[in-house]
Design a protein around this ligand. Structure first.
Ligand code: SF4
Ligand code: SF4
Length: 104
């Protein structure tokens, strides 16, 4: 609550929902993401503040993003083990399009 009291712009408000703070949505590039190549990796899932909601796994352990739960914070991007990262944040309103994920 201290950060809410101290915020000079009023950007933080009690009762703010995840949807209200979302700035984009993460997308996984299945062409380079390690589990899609048969390698176990959960680095993005571990980094996500909403792991198990925003990032889930299919029966083969391959990650996918559940957009309504993702806020676009980018922590998963920084945690990704591939270079360049296999997960990107697509900002809302952006014309740039990353490779589509195939839903599980
Ligand atoms: S952008 Fe943030 S909320 Fe969305 S999947 Fe990545 S770490 Fe999770
Ligand atoms: S951290 Fe990167 S390589 Fe690993 S599962 Fe997530 S997107 Fe795929």
């Amino acid at each position: 609550m201290h950060c809410i009291d101290a915020c000079p712009t009023g950007a933080l408000r009690p009762g703010t929902t995840r949807r209200q703070v979302a700035i984009g949505v993460a997308r996984i590039d299945q062409r380079t993401c390690l589990p899609f190549q048969g390698v176990v990796c959960r680095a993005c899932w571990r980094a996500c503040p909403f792991s198990g909601e925003a990032i889930r796994h299919d029966a083969l352990g391959r990650p996918y993003v559940d957009p309504p739960h993702c806020v676009g914070c980018g922590l998963c991007v920084h945690a990704c083990l591939t270079e360049p990262p296999s997960i990107h944040v697509e900002p809302f309103g952006s014309k740039r399009r990353f490779p589509r994920e195939t839903p599980p």
